[in-house]
Every structure is written in C-alpha cells, then in structure tokens.
Design a protein around this ligand. Structure first.
Ligand code: NAD
Length: 426
C-alpha cells in the first residue's frame, strides 16, 4: 500500500499554546470533522472531575512538608477512568488535565473499556528518601481514595513513579477498604498481581507501530537507520527491540548529549553501561548535542525523552521519513504541519505510546479474573490491538484527508462521543 500523508487542517495554531490549549485545539478540530453535536466539545474540553489535594508528610528530619497533588478524570462514559501518577516538581493542574484527556484518546484508539484519568504530585523524588516517598505515596492514596477504585479510576506508574510506589499505593488502598484490591492500580510487582511484559510494554508498542509505519513507507526494517532521543525506560527497551529486529540504531541521546555512528551503535554495550536514570552518553568524549542529533540523516526518528523537541525551528531540517512519537508531546502542532507537508509520516504519541495502557488493561483483567497469562500471550494480544489501532488511524487519515495526529484524535474520540450520546449526556 502506498503511503499518503495529509496536510493538517489549517487551524489557528499558535506555537506557544500550553499543553492543555493544544489538546483542546485538536479535540475541537477532530469533533468538527466528526460533525458531532456542539455540546460534545463543551463536555470534552475539560475533565469531568479534578481533585486537588494537600498531603502533609513527616520528613526524616522531623519537619512536616505539605505536598500538592491532583487527580483528573476526563470522562467515564465508556468505563472507569485510567491513567498514571506522575511525581515531578513541574506538575501543574493544566498538565494533569491535558494528560487525562490524552488517556481518553489512547483508550479510545485501542478500544479499551476505559476513559482517561491522570494524577500528579508536585515533588522531587530524587531528593526524597525511600521512607519519605512511601509516606507521600500512602498519603496521596488516602487523599484521593473516595474517587478512585477498581471500578472507578485505576492509577498506574508515570514519570518518576515505579512498581514499588504502586505496591505501597495498592497496600494503602487495600488497608482502607479492608480487602485485597490488586485491581486498584496497575504496574505492580509480579508477586502482587503485576502482568508479564508491563515494564517493556510501551517500547514493544512503539516497535509494533514502527514496523507498520515502515511497511507503509516501503522501508525494510532490517537495515533501516534509526535515531532515538532518550535512553530511559522507553528509549532503551526500544533500542533493544529495534536492534533485535535488524534495524541499525545510528543515534541515541540522553539529557547530557547524543551518540552518533552512521555504521550503527553497539546497543548491548550501551544497555549494559547506562545508569538507572537513562544516562550513558557522559561515558563518551565524542558527543553531539540533542539538537544536532535530531536533524541527522536517518529513516526513522523516535523522540523518546521529553516534550517540545520538534518545533517550527527544526522541523524543516528533519531528514527522517518517519517520526514515531514514543514521548508524550514531543512535536508541536506547527511542527506537525511542517513535517506532514514534507511527506513525513508521523505516528502520534497517543497511538505510538499506547502499549503501556494496553498492558495495564491486561493487568487489571488478570487481577479481576485471578488468572494470569504468559509473556507470549500478553505480547501477542498487544500486537493485535496496536496493529489494528495503527491501521484504523492511518485509514482515517486517508479517508478524512487529515494528518495522522488529527486522525488519531478522531478514532480515539469516537467511542467517547458514542458513549456520552447513548447515555444522554449531550
Ligand atoms: P525516563 O525518565 O526513564 O527516561 C527519559 C530519558 O530522556 C533519559 O534517557 C533522560 O536522560 C532523557 N532526557 C531527559 N531530559 C532530556 C533532554 N533535555 N534532552 C534529551 N534527553 C533527555 O522516561 P521514560 O519512561 O523512558 O519516558 C520517556 C518519554 O516516554 C516521556 O515523554 C514519557 O511520558 C513517555 N512515555 C513513557 C511511558 C513508559 O511506560 N515509560 C509510557 C508512555 C509514554
């Protein structure tokens, strides 16, 4: 099948819109394309619920520090809401709201029986002790316990939260409810009801959609030149999966710089020597900057680090034929327009990084039925869901003559729109 890329709707796009405004803009355009009832945008432009909490935590030195946290639930018409909890000093209300909306889109694209949710706490876990983190995690669960639960809203890990934090949170919730509640949260350790494949699920999902995109662009994955920005959880598993699939990973980067070798990097060496924060480039003297790496010649560019990396300033210089957004929000709307007009196939974040929530869903299903699947079963089911999701987003982009990001929002919103209409909310 020959690939077609479509120019983005000439929307009123401003480069400096914040993450919430950007999300609202794409939702609005998608709903217009779907000719949905105009009340639907009023309903979906903000989460149904946002709880702000203040969490007092006894610190190790005897002082008390009060942390601010949020839990946003975008829409629960399709089913309970689902989404991660982020621990980061820069967490804001706008960010948590926008991320909950992205989760609705991800769940819609992959056909999961969920709406989107997201949580966050303003804190810097790198400066907190293990026991302070435990008290903060438990305090957050007590603060939000009324609005979450296995049939209401199911949290998961996100930036700077991990399986240990999920274990404390599940334990706190189970104590409050006085029964074991593994289905309250996903991303747990295996012994507490975690799923096979959860840790590498985002990267496996990115690999699956990258393979599909390469097929569309007639680029054989074996030998394809790939650049990955970021070498943390997502980027490092991804480098391994693509390397194992025969791709030539010619560039990787982290917060300190980038490594580049047109002959292909030694991925196994880098994996063995990276630290737990995803840094490895400081071990080398010959480095590029992240900015230089992004515009190097390659077939496939995968931003897997932080947001706003491809903007109107560098989009024109990008040489890749495919951009797969493993990170959340790495490309601005203006840059999306520039790349799409150049014929670059963008696999948008809401599709590319949906593998994590799909395997979180599998974890919840396994917890609910008390029967656990093999790693092969998990990977196979993930592949079916994400391949279908990729094809339906691509087909929508062709049929509706829109770019892949807008197409992803159209596909993702379809189930939410149907559900709110059937329920008589709009
Ligand atoms: P991580 O913290 O494990 O790794 C982040 C990587 O980015 C590290 O290598 C770090 O050095 C690098 N980095 C940080 N600042 C940078 C900068 N200024 N320039 C270049 N590199 C920089 O995070 P992760 O879990 O791998 O997540 C990466 C991205 O993928 C995020 O946008 C995240 O939201 C998204 N994502 C991750 C998951 C998941 O399951 N891990 C799921 C969905 C989306």
């Amino acid at each position: 099948m020959a690939v077609e890329t479509r120019s983005i709707e000439k929307q009123d796009i401003k480069e400096n819109m914040n993450v919430l405004e950007r999300t609202q803009q794409v939702i609005k355009t998608a709903l217009q394309k779907m000719r949905s009832n105009e009340n639907t945008y009023e309903l979906l432009k903000e989460p149904l619920r946002l709880l702000t909490v203040r969490i007092p935590v006894k610190m190790d030195d005897g002082s008390v520090k009060v942390f601010t946290g949020y839990r946003a639930q975008h829409n629960d018409a399709v089913g309970p809401t689902k989404g991660g909890i982020r621990f980061h000093p820069d967490v804001t209300e706008e960010e948590v709201k926008a991320l909950s909306m992205w989760m609705s889109i991800k769940c819609g694209i992959t056909g999961l029986p969920y709406g989107g949710g997201k949580g966050g706490i303003q804190c810097d876990p790198r400066e907190m002790s293990f026991s302070e983190l435990e008290r903060l995690s438990r305090g957050y669960v007590r603060a939000i316990s009324q609005i979450v639960g296995p049939t209401k809203d199911i949290p998961a890990p996100d930036v700077f939260t991990n399986s240990q934090i999920m274990a404390w949170m599940m334990d706190e919730y189970s104590r409050l409810r006085e029964f074991d509640s593994p289905g309250f949260i996903t991303g747990k350790p295996m012994v507490l009801g975690g799923s096979q494949g959860r840790e590498s699920s985002t990267a496996l999902g990115v690999t699956i959609v990258t393979k599909e995109a390469a097929k569309l662009k007639n680029i054989p994955l074996a030998g394809a030149k790939v650049i990955i920005q970021g070498f943390g959880n997502a980027g490092s598993f991804l480098a391994k999966f693509l390397h194992d699939a025969g791709a030539k990973v010619i560039g990787i980067s982290d917060a300190f710089g980038a490594l580049y070798d047109p002959q292909g990097l030694d991925i196994n060496y880098l994996l063995e020597n990276r630290d737990s924060f995803g840094s490895v480039t400081h071990l080398f003297t010959k480095r590029l900057t992240n900015e230089e790496l992004l515009v190097k010649d390659c077939d496939i560019l995968i931003p897997a680090a932080i947001e706003n990396q491809i903007t109107e300033k560098n989009a024109g210089d990008i040489k890749a034929k495919i951009v797969v957004e493993a990170a959340n929000g790495p490309t601005t709307l203006k840059a999306t327009q520039i790349l799409t007009d150049k014929g670059v196939l963008i696999v948008p974040d809401v599709l590319a990084s949906a593998g994590g929530v799909v395997v979180s869903y599998f974890e919840w299903v396994q917890n609910n039925q008390g029967y656990y699947w093999s790693a092969e079963e998990v990977d196979e089911k993930l592949e079916i869901i994400l391949t279908d999701a990729f094809l339906s987003v691509y087909q929508t982009s062709v049929q509706k003559e829109v770019d892949m990001r807008l197409a992803a929002y159209i596909v993702g919103l379809k189930r939410v729109v149907e559900a709110v209409e059937w329920r008589g909310w709009v």
